[in-house]
Design a protein. Structure first.
Length: 547
């Protein structure tokens, strides 16, 4: 006899004549279809998680995807066609208003776009005070002058080549001024309103200008298009070879007296500006030089990479604090301003822009709510290194110990297509660097393998999917084996049945009955010899009710 598994418990066989097993088998087929439908989604989820993990690895080791904002070349202004200066009477009438502006300790807000009487009155009064007590000026280059981060009235120091010189005497004034057009780096220009003695300077010579930044003046060009030119009121203009003796900068930068750190050194420091404030910058250069001869100056050094989020949350707390940063060199160059000014005897400074992927907490503002998460974040660092060490090579991993000064904002050009390609969600048009001043750097040991922070939910989902796929695979494999065994039994049954049919083809009916066994009893039948059943009695006649 062939066992069809009718009375067995467990999984339904692949082939059965039992209706219950057939229904169970149909349910199993539905489950297999569900598994087949889920399989592409499961594979897609695993591939996505692996893909995201691969991007985490790439982001942790790739160079930063930043591009410095380029500066468009400025057409050369025509100095002779500049607007005339206000009259002497108009300037004298604004003296009282200018003195009120000078009471603002945060600087003045002068009219930008033309040289009006109030601007010239303020300039005359302020430069007279600066001559008696020269302030430390802010060293400005072309990018600083056109960036828009400077407020009018700040002390300024600029360098450039004289392209044109024109006398400018207001009506009713005896001496007047000398207008100079300076050529700056990056094909930019600046207008300087200088004392009349500047008329003796030779066109084509390099000069340095110390004074006050006034804003921008609108000037015509040869093409007929007006341009906004940075405007500086000069207290002193001197050629480079005589600048040290004529600019009056020795009072703090090269005094040679006893070293003291001013208490208000960081009062005008801003972490949002694209400039490096000259006074605190030069003083910290002198401080790290002094640290070379100070025992235990760096006995307690913070790990800047590990404390980067704390520094970002409260930079004022960490200014002038010794710390160590480790980063990979992005580019490096010598600072020409330090070489020119030589503050506190520092004649050389190497500026290094670097980057590093740090694993740790980062505080972000998401929908107005501050959230701190632990993950990988790529940060930018900037080092100002004194001494005679060579400029490091691009891609070198270095470590520097020095004093933290500020966050330096670097403008970047907006490019939405590039940001989308690099999966960057930019929240600002600037990149901020941790600015450190040090007296040297060292080659850092190879970085340990990066620790990648995988989302916990992603890992759990992936493991569950893999476990389900494994269970389905083993279960379907077992059922397929059972189906193969049943198919073998079915084939044997069919072969046996065909053999029996062949043997019984020529056997008489009684022999076939003997072979095949007794048949089931049938219902009794009547024959002709038997008596028929009696008929039922007839109904009695109805009574006659009419008689």
């Amino acid at each position: 006899m062939i066992d069809f598994g009718v009375n067995k418990k467990g999984n339904a066989p692949a082939f059965s004549l039992n209706k219950r097993d057939q229904m169970s088998r149909q349910t199993m087929r539905k489950r297999e279809w569900r598994a087949a439908i889920m399989l592409p989604f499961a594979i897609a989820a695993v591939i996505y998680f692996v893909y995201q993990s691969f991007h985490v690895v790439q982001d942790a080791t790739a160079r930063p995807k930043i591009v410095d904002e380029s500066i468009a070349a400025m057409p050369q202004p025509i100095l002779a066609d500049a607007s005339p200066l206000p009259t002497a009477a108009a300037i004298d009438g604004m003296v009282e208003g200018a003195r009120e502006l000078m009471k603002n300790p945060q600087g003045v807000y002068l009219h930008i776009g033309e040289l009006d009487a109030l601007t010239l009155a303020w300039m005359r009064e302020q430069l007279a005070l600066d001559a008696a007590a020269p302030p430390i000026p802010q060293r400005l280059n072309a990018r600083d002058l056109i960036a828009g981060d400077l407020h009018a009235g700040v002390p300024a120091l600029i360098s450039g080549r004289i392209e044109d010189s024109v006398a400018a005497v207001p009506e009713g004034m005896a001496d007047g001024y000398q207008r100079l057009l300076l050529s700056l780096d990056d094909h930019q220009f600046a207008e300087v309103l200088a004392p009349p003695e500047a008329g003796s300077l030779v066109i084509g010579h390099e000069v340095q200008v110390v004074g006050r930044f006034l804003g921008h003046d609108t000037m015509p060009t040869a093409s007929g298009v007006a341009v906004k030119v940075p405007l500086v009121a000069a207290r002193v203009v001197a050629e480079n070879d005589r600048a040290a003796s004529e600019l009056g900068l020795e009072r703090e930068w090269q005094s040679g007296g006893e070293w003291t750190m001013p208490a208000d050194l960081f009062s005008d420091l801003s972490d949002e500006r694209t400039i490096i404030e000259t006074r605190p910058y030069y003083y910290l250069l002198g401080q790290v030089k002094l640290d070379l001869s100070t025992p235990d100056a760096y006995a307690k050094v913070l790990d800047g990479n590990a404390r980067a989020n704390d520094i970002h949350q409260d930079p004022d707390k960490f200014r002038n604090v010794p710390m160590r940063f480790t980063a990979t060199v992005y580019r490096a160059w010598e600072d020409p301003d330090v070489a020119r000014d030589q503050p506190f005897g520092v004649s050389r400074c190497v500026r290094i822009l670097a980057y590093h992927s740090d694993f740790g907490p980062i505080t972000e503002n998401i929908d107005g709510v501050e959230k701190t998460r632990t993950r990988i974040v790529q940060r930018m660092y900037e080092f100002a290194v004194t001494g005679s060490q060579p400029i490091p090579q691009q891609g070198a991993l270095i470590s520097a110990i020095g004093r933290f000064m500020k966050f330096h904002a670097l403008p970047v050009k907006e490019n939405q297509a590039r940001d989308r390609a690099h999966q960057v969600q930019r929240q600002s048009d600037k990149v901020y660097t941790y600015f450190l001043i040090a007296n040297g750097y060292s080659e850092a040991p190879p970085a340990p393998p990066a620790r990648f922070h995988y989302p916990l939910w992603g890992l759990i989902v992936t493991l569950v999917i893999l476990a389900l796929l494994t269970v389905f695979w083993f279960q379907m494999r077992r059922e397929n084996r059972q189906a193969d065994q049943v198919q073998v039994q079915v084939r044997k049954f069919r072969d046996t049945r065909r053999g029996l049919r062949g043997k019984l083809a020529g056997v008489p009916a009684r022999a076939v009955l003997a072979v095949t066994g007794p048949t089931a009893p049938t219902a009794p039948t009547t024959t002709a010899s038997e008596d028929p059943a009696p008929a039922p009695p007839a109904d009695p006649p109805a009574p006659d009710l009419g008689s």
